[in-house]
Ligand binder design. Structure first.
Ligand code: SAM
Ligand code: GLN
Length: 293
């Protein structure tokens, strides 16, 4: 038998192995996989390069490595993902929360800052990321947070995260606005599925092969769910309320047109993500007295 594996020798071997498997960032993946398997931060590995691995640590690591070699996302393997200040449990029942969606949360918090006692509805909550971030960071702003999903499995994950975070969020199951008949909210926020079926071949295998299809795809052009959200939102927004939607990078024009064609909205804006691509639309419902409602 060869000498015991150390952190350094295992990292070297693993990056080579992942590179041969065609993974785009083999060294980073090796570090993240090993750090999480050992319960360390990635940079702590560098302080312990000569540390030998125990047989059970090695066994655990090998299992995770086999999963990564099949392009399973690191966050599913680790069982958690970072989103704003939160660490959220994730598995294949939910989309892994994205940095772009942190921008959506930021815009809603900015709109709400200085206000109090507001209600917010998060449609398609997945892991609960948006609702839980708003409930915790916007504790002074939001009196009531309701979150929905079509997927009962996603809502189980979201509820597990709610308990872990200790936030107050009411979860309900069903599509679009069905779970909130006749109710109005000051804010309706959603990161809906918006990838077009035709774009499927362009997705990374981590996304296309592992994340829930109902979280990603929305008809041939990706706009099916957004169209219906835009159409129904005015009936569920309070006068002066905010609709905040995450959209695909190429959908800014189309979604603005949809909103402008829907009576009830004014002041439509498209906001970029950190890479400068169209990523969020904000639309305000008129304050109610005029004919536009
Ligand atoms: N909000 C989470 C986030 O940002 O990480 C998850 C977003 S994921 C892109 C979209 C979510 O919407 C999925 O959890 C999916 O199950 C749900 N969904 C899809 N169609 C829906 C619909 N018509 N009504 C409600 N939820 C829907
Ligand atoms: N941002 C995700 C992706 O690029 C898609 C998420 C969504 O459809 N809301 O795959």
């Amino acid at each position: 038998m060869r000498a015991a594996w150390t952190i350094l020798s295992l990292l070297r071997w693993t990056s080579k192995y992942l590179q041969e498997k065609g993974l785009p960032e083999p060294r980073l993946d090796a570090e993240l996989l090993l750090a999480d398997a050992l319960g360390l931060k990635r940079l702590d590995l560098y302080l312990q390069f000569d540390r030998p691995l125990l047989p059970e640590e090695l066994a655990e690591f090998k299992q995770r490595l086999r999963r990564r070699a099949r392009r399973e996302p690191l966050q599913y393997i680790a069982g958690h993902a970072a989103f704003r200040n939160l660490t959220l449990a994730v598995d294949r029942r939910v989309l892994i929360p994205r940095p772009e969606t942190e921008v959506l949360v930021d815009l809603v918090l900015t709109w709400g800052s200085g206000r109090h006692g507001l209600s917010v509805l998060d449609i398609g909550t997945g892991s609960g990321a948006i609702a839980l971030a708003l409930a915790t960071e916007g504790e002074q702003v939001f009196r009531r947070v309701v979150a929905t999903d079509v997927s009962p499995g996603a809502l189980e994950v979201a509820e597990q995260n709610r308990v872990a975070v200790g936030a107050r969020v009411e979860f309900r199951q069903g599509p679009f606005f069905e779970p909130v008949p006749g109710e109005r909210f000051d804010v309706v926020v959603s990161n809906p599925p918006y990838v077009g079926e035709l774009e499927r071949p362009t997705l990374d295998p981590e996304v296309a092969d592992w994340e829930p299809p109902e979280a990603l795809f929305s008809g041939p052009d990706g706009l099916e769910v957004i169209r219906r959200l835009v159409e129904e939102a005015p009936r569920h927004l309070s006068p002066g309320g905010l609709l905040a939607l995450e959209i695909g990078a190429g959908q800014g024009e189309a979604v603005q047109d949809l909103l402008r064609a829907t009576s009830g909205f004014e002041a439509v804006e498209v906001k970029p993500d950190l890479a400068g691509r169209d990523r969020v639309v904000l639309a305000h419902r008129g304050s109610g007295s005029g004919s536009r409602t």
